[in-house]
Design a protein around this ligand. Structure first.
Ligand code: FES
Length: 122
């Protein structure tokens, strides 16, 4: 996995929202993304263009958002970012477990990810 440079700083982060339990009680358990892929996606990015990285794992347009979170994971928002310079190869996370979103940080190599079921093939 290529170590990424972080000049492509995200301009917004997804956020957790309160969820209502079936009995009407509210709790703050964070929604969990599903694993879209067990490896990162190599992509080219254009300076100044707006991107929305899928944080929920339900998009059929991985690694980017297609709006699927609105129905499948309403508590998870895509991570929107604008690269400051053109990048020919950037590795965006497909497992949705990275600690450095939207970039792959190698977390997908962990056993928990490699043993998990992939929910959606891009
Ligand atoms: S794909 Fe590498 S950390 Fe998610």
């Amino acid at each position: 996995v290529t170590r990424l440079d972080h000049t492509l700083a995200p301009i917004a982060l997804g956020c957790w929202e309160l969820t209502t339990a079936p009995q009407g009680r509210r709790y703050s358990a964070p929604p969990q993304p599903v694993i879209a892929a067990k490896q990162p996606f190599p992509v080219e990015l254009k300076a100044g263009k707006k991107y929305a990285w899928c944080a929920c794992g339900h998009s059929k347009n991985q690694p980017f958002c297609d709006g699927a979170h609105r129905k499948a994971a309403p508590g998870i928002s895509p991570l929107r970012f604008i690269p400051e310079e053109d990048k020919t190869t950037v590795w965006l996370c497909g497992c949705k477990r990275t600690r450095s979103p939207p970039y792959c940080d190698g977390t997908h190599k962990e056993e928990a990810v490699q043993r998990a079921q992939v929910s959606a093939e891009p």
